[in-house]
Design a protein around this ligand. Structure first.
Ligand code: 13P
Ligand code: SF4
Length: 301
């Protein structure tokens, strides 16, 4: 039996549904029931009926699914697949900022540990951050952990005061403005599509800045035939599926998330077979981390 057949069989036996992020390997995206950006996947995780969720992504995604849907069994193909940026903020600075600014909102990118979420007022993803930050009554925003997404949001919401954190995504910051310019010289008609985890210099070159879904939707709706893609290369799978006649170029050489790429079909099949790698969390932490996630779903919908 092929691994794909095995997964389909185990899915039925375990009453499982497979969620996958656009950055995982193509063959994993191909077998998933739901593929999408972080906001879409968190909405699916919160509402899905199947008893088991196999989350093909990195740790914070599985954790968020468990927080939002605690009665479900959430399993991960590889527990070592973790997003380094999710850890790049510290509690002391959060406490310090809360002391300094009376009306502070701690806005936490969903790419964060459950522990960081427990200290935050609201979560955001790259597709809803602008909407949510604008909707907050607070004037002072401490944006964690991603400095680049924070700076992008600040550039679009100039009426608020932002404090930035120094977290970053090593995949997106490896995309250099000079390489994007070179790609544009080589393909002058191409539109430049940028994820907001990229640096400000790269975002300033963009024809469009948005989440992975936003990038896919923009390219699909655009009249242009060529695009320079400034995000993780996994999006090329869906971009090409939806746009077989269009051409997509990468701007850098390292647009590859080693953690997302740890997810393989074999590991997905093993996790389903053994019901191993379950995401567990104490109730106290789960309840605290749930608050900013629920607030995101409420303000972002
Ligand atoms: P989105 O799919 O929400 O754009 O997130 C990008 C990302 O880095 C996920 O790890
Ligand atoms: Fe984290 Fe960047 Fe990988 Fe996304 S692409 S999981 S932000 S390291």
């Amino acid at each position: 039996m092929s691994t794909i057949d095995k997964i389909q069989e185990l899915k039925k036996q375990r009453n499982a549904v497979i969620l996958a992020h656009y950055y995982v390997n193509d063959e994993v995206q191909a077998i998933a029931d739901y593929v999408g950006d972080s906001f879409y996947l968190s909405k699916v995780a919160a509402s899905v009926e199947a008893q088991t969720i196999l989350f093909c992504g990195v740790s914070f995604m599985g954790e968020s699914a468990k927080i939002l849907n605690p009665r479900k069994t959430v399993i991960m193909p590889d527990m070592q697949a973790d997003c380094p940026m999710a850890h790049m903020a510290d509690f002391e600075k959060i406490d310090k900022m809360r002391r300094e600014y009376e009306d502070l909102a701690v806005v936490c990118y969903i790419n964060s540990t459950a522990e960081l979420k427990t200290r935050s007022d609201v979560c955001v993803t790259s597709s809803n951050a602008l909407k949510i930050v604008r909707a907050l009554p607070n004037q002072n925003i401490y944006f964690i952990p991603d400095g680049n997404l924070g700076r992008y949001v600040a550039s679009q919401v100039p009426e608020k005061h932002f404090i930035f954190n120094d977290g970053f995504c090593h995949v997106h910051t490896s995309i250099l403005a000079e390489n994007v310019k070179k790609a544009k010289e080589a393909h002058p008609k191409a539109e430049i599509l940028v994820h907001p985890e990229c640096t400000t210099e790269v975002a300033e070159l963009a024809d469009y800045v948005g989440s992975t879904s936003g990038i896919i939707d923009f390219a699909t709706g655009s009249q242009a035939e060529e695009f320079i893609i400034c995000t993780e290369m996994g999006v090329l799978y869906e971009l090409r599926q939806k746009n077989p006649g269009k051409r997509f170029y990468l701007a850098g050489h390292e647009q590859f998330c080693p953690n997302m790429k740890r997810i393989t079909l074999e590991k997905a099949a093993d996790a389903l077979e053994n019901m191993s790698n379950t995401v567990e969390m104490e109730d106290k932490m789960r309840l605290l981390a749930n608050k900013p996630l629920e607030r995101m779903l409420e303000l972002g919908s």
